[in-house]
Ligand binder design. Structure first.
Ligand code: TRP
Length: 336
């Protein structure tokens, strides 16, 4: 039977989602949900890799991330949301994979390396080093075909593909090798201009920020530092605000670039223009959020029914996995 292609993607619930998530992955989810069977994972176990000392935060963050997805227009009628920790098959599959994934392949993963730097770890936790293995289980337990993600996730998808090939060759070819799908602009610099927009870096615009907050954040954003007077000609290539125009203001981006170079627009007017544009994009998102914030029980119900549906898929695929691995030796022994 020709089944509909399946998408799996999702987020760690470690705080509110921001515009970097929006351009990197959320926009793609909304666009693709009509044509694909869409699964959205709320990866609360993965969030524990860095938040294991504050597990009490998770419940609120799970709801927040669900609200963020709903507010950008992921439609609960089309997409299936589920909670990672309630699918024990993912943990089981992670364990199986971890038998043949090497420590060196994880140590060399560029995303892991940069996160080690970012968090300032000198010794790393076993679960943190291994979270890409768990992510491979997130993607493969439901035989996902496509994974829309920001480019920082590409090394994890590459590992997933290697795991699938290895598993299929070691045992039986039951797993599906997924493909990554990266959006045109898959990374957004922070307002401070230095690094990517990060939840822990405090340099982002959140989907839940109100209009005044957006205005104030953009006013403080970094521009071309050598442009001091209005009559100084600017260089958009080194301007953070311009990068945002490029991501969110496609219609005007060329005009803005020229006006900056010829000094016919000043930084303050350019920032006001961007503020208006971003607030325009965020306004319907704020409205949808307000709708769901008034109905938290509806959001919770959606998470539970989605998780139940996904659990059924997980059980079926895990049956195939155990059969492929010939580890059903005590299946009919009457044991639990
Ligand atoms: N690692 C992703 C992030 O930090 C979240 C995630 C967990 C994910 N499991 C996934 C993304 C599976 C895509 C597919 O945003």
């Amino acid at each position: 039977m020709n089944r509909r292609k399946r998408i799996l993607t999702g987020d760690r619930p470690t705080g509110k989602l921001h515009l970097g998530h929006y351009v990197g992955s959320l926009q793609n989810r909304v666009a693709l949900q009509n044509d694909f069977d869409t699964f959205i994972i709320i990866a609360d176990i993965q969030a524990l890799t860095t938040n294991f000392d504050r597990p009490e935060k998770l419940k609120g963050d799970v709801l927040n991330v669900a609200m963020d997805n709903l507010s950008v227009g992921v439609d609960p009628e089309k997409a299936t949301f589920f909670i990672q920790s309630l699918i024990p098959e993912i943990a089981e599959l992670t364990t199986f994979y971890s038998m043949f994934v090497t420590v060196n392949s994880l140590r060399h993963n560029p995303t892991i390396k940069s996160e080690i730097q970012q968090y300032g770890y000198n010794d790393i936790m076993y679960g943190f080093l291994g979270y890409p293995v768990s992510q491979a289980a997130d993607i493969t337990f439901c035989k996902a075909d496509l994974v829309p993600v920001g480019d920082d996730q590409l090394s994890h998808i590459e590992l997933t593909r290697r795991i699938v090939r290895r598993f299929n060759e070691l045992y039986k070819p039951v797993l599906v090798e997924p493909e990554a799908m990266v959006s045109k602009i898959s990374r957004l610099v922070g307002l401070d201009g230095n690094s990517k927009m990060g939840k822990s870096l405090n340099n982002g615009i959140y989907l839940s920020d109100d209009a005044a907050t957006v205005k104030q954040k953009i006013r403080a954003a970094v521009t071309d530092a050598s442009r001091i007077k209005l009559s100084d000609k600017g260089n958009p290539e080194i301007c953070t605000v311009f990068k945002y125009h490029n991501a969110f203001n496609e219609g005007e981006v060329n005009h803005i670039s020229e006006s900056c170079r010829s000094a016919s627009i000043g930084c303050s007017a350019c920032k006001n223009n961007l503020t208006a544009r971003i607030n325009n994009i965020l306004e319907p998102i704020r409205e949808r959020r307000a709708f769901y914030e008034d109905r938290p029980e509806q959001v919770l119900e959606m998470l539970i029914s989605g998780t139940n549906k996904v659990r059924g898929v997980a059980k079926e695929v895990m049956k195939e996995v155990r059969e492929a691995m010939s580890i059903g030796y005590f299946d009919n022994s009457g044991c639990c």
